[in-house]
Design a protein around this ligand. Structure first.
Ligand SMILES: [Zn+2]
Length: 339
């Protein structure tokens, strides 16, 4: 016998007392080093005739030792599975479990997409990394424009940035379609170098709406925006007013106010007792934008940009933008989006 039978018997009862895989592997290693490796070492001293017989005996011994460890390994695994089974109770009452909801931002995006899909708009989200060409140059924001300042924009290098608005996606899509009607909305995260507070976030969501055709005018823009606001805020009485404003990429440009969806203009805490709420910016593409995109000069482009966070906060009565991003379940569960 190569190893005393007592050693094997002791090993067996010792191994059966081990209850985890790691320790089992360690002990196997220790045992093999101490008892099996020296036997292998004896092979070189055997005569060629003895070697075959000796080798066979080692193999038999080795299988016996391996089996002791393998059997225990299987027992450990089985015990683990059984312990898991005992933790799962298929009859458990789930009424107290946490059930997730759609983040209000996502709910708003779904609503926006639903509205524009019906009107045959293409819906894209584009890339969050943009070139200066599409984010600035093609939108009539030249080298000296304030928005190009490093204080306002996250630059990756001189020509590559994190998009500051989704209009960068629209600028790329409209390019080189000189005569085609284009209806597209682009939405998603945009980035500004703002300090985060209750109303500012360095990352927020926007949707950019573009409709290009030969014979469009401001009535088409108003029709589109008015109907969108009525749909989004679920109030057919919403009225709008258009105040002349300035954006580099539109001319004329308008800030759009809507009558308060909550009090219908009577005055409440949402509209700060004024009856009106500023909701979005819009306009008709500046001819320079049409030119830069290589479109025919008689094409008219309607454009509007909406802060999704802003209209979401209005709709759900959320007064701190950070609630939308901090993933605090206690807060989000109060503002669960619609399905
Ligand atoms: Zn109001």
């Amino acid at each position: 016998m190569m190893i005393d039978r007592n050693i094997i018997n002791n090993l067996k009862s010792f191994v059966e007392s081990i209850d985890n895989e790691k320790k089992l592997a360690e002990e196997k290693n220790i045992f093999n080093k101490k008892h099996i490796s020296p036997i292998y070492g004896q092979i070189k001293d055997k005569s060629p005739e003895e070697k075959k017989d000796f080798g066979q005996k080692i193999n038999i011994l080795k299988s016996e030792i391996d089996k002791i460890f393998d059997d225990q390994l299987n027992r450990i695994k089985e015990q683990y599975i059984n312990s898991l089974r005992s933790k799962v109770d298929p009859l458990l009452d789930v009424s107290d479990s946490l059930i997730g909801g759609i983040n209000p931002i996502e709910a708003s995006i779904n609503e926006i997409n639903n509205f524009f899909k019906v009107l045959n708009f293409e819906i894209v989200s584009g890339t969050e990394i943009s070139s200066a060409k599409y984010n600035f140059d093609n939108l009539n924001m030249d080298e000296n424009h304030a928005a190009r300042d490093e204080h306002d924009t996250f630059f990756i290098n001189k020509n590559t940035i994190l998009r500051t608005h989704c209009t960068s996606v629209s600028a790329k899509i409209i390019e080189n379609n000189p005569n085609d009607e284009i209806k597209v909305i682009s939405y998603g995260n945009v980035y500004r170098k703002d300090e985060d507070d209750a109303t500012h976030s360095h990352q927020f969501n926007q949707v950019d709406i573009v409709w290009i055709r030969k014979d469009l005018n401001i009535s088409n823009l108003k029709w589109l925006i008015n109907n969108f606001l009525k749909y989004f805020f679920k109030n057919d009485n919403i009225k709008t007013r258009y105040r002349l404003s300035y954006f580099p990429f539109t001319e004329p440009s308008f800030e759009v106010d809507m009558s308060c969806f909550k009090c219908n203009g009577k005055g409440c805490n949402i509209c700060k007792e004024t009856g009106w709420i500023e909701v979005l910016g819009s306009g008709i593409f500046n001819p320079k934008v049409i030119y830069k995109a290589n479109l025919n000069e008689d094409m008219i482009g309607l454009a509007a940009g909406i802060g999704i966070d802003r209209i979401t906060m209005l709709k759900y009565g959320i007064n701190d933008i950070r609630y939308l991003y901090n993933n605090d379940f206690r807060i989000l569960s109060k503002f669960k989006g619609e399905k």
